[in-house]
Design a protein around this ligand. Sequence first.
Ligand code: FES
Length: 200
Amino acid sequence: MSVAVTELDTASATTPVDTPQPIWVEAVPLDTLEADGRALVKRAGKQIALFATRGGVRAIANRCPHEGYPLSEGTLAEGIVGQPACTLTCNWHNWKFDLDSGEVVGGGDAVRIYPVEIRGGMVWVDVVDPPARARIDKALAGLKSSFRRYEYDRMARDLARIAQSDENGQRFRRKAATHSDPKRPLFQRSELAGVIDAVG
Ligand code: FES
C-alpha cells in the first residue's frame, strides 16, 4: 500500500523545538483519516503516520526504528487476544508495536508516538521533541539492555541517538554508524561500557 505524503507550512509553529512546551500542528481532517484509515504527513521536518483505530487516532514516527522502512504501510491488528489493543506490524521484518505506548512487542526499539488532539474536525499532533536529557536517558537504557544481550545493531542505533542528543556524543557518531556488522566489531565491550559511563 502506498500512502501519499502531504506537506504543510509550519511557519506558524514558532515555539522552539528544544523546549518542553507543546508544538501543536494540524495534521489531517478527521473525516479523511477515518475514511482512509491511515495517513502520512510531514510536519516540522518529521514524517508522521496516523491511524484511525477503534480506540481513537494514533500518531507515530513513520520510520521503523529497526531499519527505517515506512510504518504507514504496516499492518494494523486490533482486538487480538494476548496482544495489545492495537498493534502495528512493520511489513519488512515483522517488528510489532503497541500503538498506545510505542513499545515494541517482543524486543528491539520502541517507536516514537506523538500526542494527538481533535479540534474542530481536525487532527492535531504535538511535534515537540522531548528534552535532550530524556532522549539520552532512554537511549542509555536501550544501550545497557543491548549491551547485556550482545545486540550490536541496537547498540549502534542507541549510540547514534545519544550522539544526536548530546554535543558530547559527537565523538561516538562515526563509530556507531559503522558498527552494525558484528564481524567487524569496532567497539570492544569495554569501550561501550566507557560510553555508558561517560554519557550516563
Ligand atoms: S524495518 Fe521495520 S522491522 Fe525491519
